[in-house]
Write a protein that binds this ligand. Structure first.
Ligand code: 5GP
Length: 269
């Protein structure tokens, strides 16, 4: 049993106090919610897969110079990250019309946008995360002018990098959501990428078939969400069982738990 102090439990993750000051442990759950938590369910093995996919993407982004909160993955479901002051905005980047954009403006899903759109939503569950303009952000000081410049330029760089990364494995990056935080150093803060990047907060469509490989399978009752998340991890080369904590070992959590109960070397052919 863990005696770590829990800081926060969200819809898909739990945050615990980290081993050193200024660090946090992100625990990835299998719980899935949609439509402001009106729909709830479980996607078996999702936490394991998202932990791996997010680690992979954050490491790649760090390599191209995007500052992120990621420090290292600790185990199947946990990663060590830097503690930040979360900026209360969801930053959505869209390349192709889908989801709320299609609904709000009546644009057919799948229509390529003339150029990439960045939208901002206020992180406020009680208000249903409303769309806000940059004027609102400035007026209520949710983020400063320079912070917004940094956020927009990082969002575009993340989009360029991820569009290429997914295109190389036959996946079209439709849209995604980012969150940013302030990292304080004495009296100064800088903005870094936080939260996670996974099929929970990206729309990913197979380039040939158009099949959805993301959380829309759950949101829209399409079924096959576990296989879709696995497929993204497999194409990224993360399901080869490189080590004994690879998700391939633990996608089926009930089978995994029963193996653990039976003891080492048992219950597995
Ligand atoms: P939409 O605004 O069309 O619902 O979502 C746009 C993109 O941002 C999608 O890729 C969606 O997964 C992501 N997104 C927007 N809001 C949220 C949210 O509250 N939680 C998660 N996990 N993803 C979100």
């Amino acid at each position: 049993m863990s005696r770590r102090r829990q800081i926060y439990e969200g819809k898909a993750k739990i945050l615990y106090e980290g081993p050193e000051p200024g660090t946090i442990i992100q625990y990835f759950k299998d719980d899935a919610t949609a439509f402001n938590a009106q729909k709830k369910g479980t996607i078996n093995g999702k936490g394991v897969i998202n932990n791996r996919i997010s680690e992979h993407v954050f490491l790649k982004l760090a390599q191209i110079g995007i500052p992120t909160h990621f420090i290292r993955r600790l185990n199947m479901r946990e990663q060590l990250v830097r503690q930040v002051e979360i900026i209360p905005l969801e930053v959505v980047v869209r390349n192709v019309a889908a989801g709320q954009l299609s609904k709000r403006l009546g644009i057919e899903e799948g229509e390529q946008l003339p150029h990439t759109l960045i939208e901002y939503y206020l992180k406020a569950d009680e208000l249903g995360d409303p769309l806000v303009a940059e004027e609102h952000i400035a007026c209520f000081n949710w983020a400063g002018y320079e912070e917004m410049q940094d956020i927009a330029s990082m969002a575009i760089r993340v989009n360029d990098f991820m569009s290429g990364m997914f295109a190389a494995i036959g996946i079209r990056l439709i849209d995604f959501k980012l969150e940013f935080g302030r990292l304080w150093e004495e009296d100064f803060s800088r903005v870094i990428l936080a939260d996670e990047i996974s099929p929970d907060n990206c729309r990913l469509w197979d380039m040939v078939s158009g099949e959805k490989l993301d959380k829309d399978r759950f949101r829209r009752d399409l079924g096959g969400e576990e296989q879709a998340y696995q497929e993204v991890a497999r194409r990224l080369g993360l399901l080869q069982g490189e080590d004994d904590t690879g998700p391939g070992e633990v996608l089926d959590m009930s089978a995994h738990r029963s193996r653990l109960r039976q003891g080492p070397g048992k219950g597995k052919k």
